[in-house]
Design a protein around this ligand. Sequence first.
Ligand SMILES: NC(=O)c1ccc[n+]([C@@H]2O[C@H](COP(=O)([O-])OP(=O)(O)OC[C@H]3O[C@@H](n4cnc5c(N)ncnc54)[C@H](OP(=O)(O)O)[C@@H]3O)[C@@H](O)[C@H]2O)c1
Length: 375
Amino acid sequence: MVIGMMGFGTIGVGVYELMRDQKDLEMRYVLDIRDIGIPEATRRAEDLWEDPEVETVIEVMGGLHPAYEFVTAALRAGKNVVTANKYLVATYYDELLALAAEHGAAFRCTAAVGGGIGWLTALERVRRLEPVVALEGIMNGTTNYILANMTQGGLSFETALSEAQALGYAEADPSADIDGLDIMHKVLLSANVAFDVSLPAGEIPTFGIRNVTDDDVWNFKSRGLVCKMLGNARLEGEKVAVYVQPTLLPELSLTASVPANFNLITYETEYTGRMSFYGQGAGRYPTAANVVQDCLDLAGGVKSFYSGRARRVPVSNEIAHYRYYLRTCSAKKDAVQEEQWGDASVTRLMSVAEMKKLYDEILPEDPKVFAAAIG
Ligand SMILES: NC(=O)c1ccc[n+]([C@@H]2O[C@H](COP(=O)([O-])OP(=O)(O)OC[C@H]3O[C@@H](n4cnc5c(N)ncnc54)[C@H](OP(=O)(O)O)[C@@H]3O)[C@@H](O)[C@H]2O)c1
């Protein structure tokens, strides 16, 4: 299968190296802005979709533009697309799937969720036999690294973040990780595939960890709890709850034990029960391996997305309930407080939708507010 690839950065270089040993895959073009010094290099994006022998286009440039323009041009030309770009797929989900179906092209993005974990392909397999009713997990290595090092190493948020940046886990602007946006894209894609729906990205609440302090972590530890940043989705009848939030878990639970920058993602079905997937959620070779696996699947005849045509559904977070740890100086907490943990409140049982509303009301008054579900 002849391939053209866009992007020769962290993942692109990994894909290029891993593909060299694959006799069924031929890398013909590699597009990058920089002078990348390989024989396949091109500066003309059109080469990838104008060459009739190219069957599959890999997009590992990242960002929305021009990735969107290039990917849609490739699909219109009937090329299969493989991408690791969760931001792109989550934003243009309906359009990309419709274009692929219209032009008889495959669209795969296994590396976009869970990096090296074959999570979307696992969902695709399980849902052939039985419906998925819920999924949850640690889907972002940077936030797990920060929280694990605050909990086990006693580091402050700032020091743990700087370490994550020095190790290359966190970007110079870490907002997408620490505010939960990266997880939001991953949980949206997972829920879409698992439940055969198309969820609106703008409606998914994300409570981040930007404001967590070492005092909060001490508060949790003294109660045998560990804070983890989780993406969650649950199907109940026709309703889908989906949200991203820091969650307090018993310290001996499986999820609480996930170290460093690892991911642990779990689905739940009626007959199989809970099934968890653990591994490297990012990094050059784990992520590149899933991109190459997608290409091998296509070379082997796969011609589809992971699920069928999706029905558009709203987010229904009134069906999911938690008690929340809420640290704020705002008096708005008084109406929901049931208990006090140090300086923080523990709320009565509330729906995620209700908590989101309260949090948005508190934020302008107290930009340092921190909320975590008690799982
Ligand atoms: N890194 C990970 O661990 C990981 C894990 C899972 C998924 N992903 C996803 O994989 C994708 C790639 O990530 P990455 O870490 O490999 O990013 P990266 O290191 O920044 O590489 C992207 C490459 O694409 C090039 N590029 C950007 N815009 C371009 C354009 N208009 N035309 C041609 N080339 C262009 C960049 O060149 P310049 O450097 O000159 O800008 C860079 O060489 C992203 O969507 C990311 O979310 C990454």
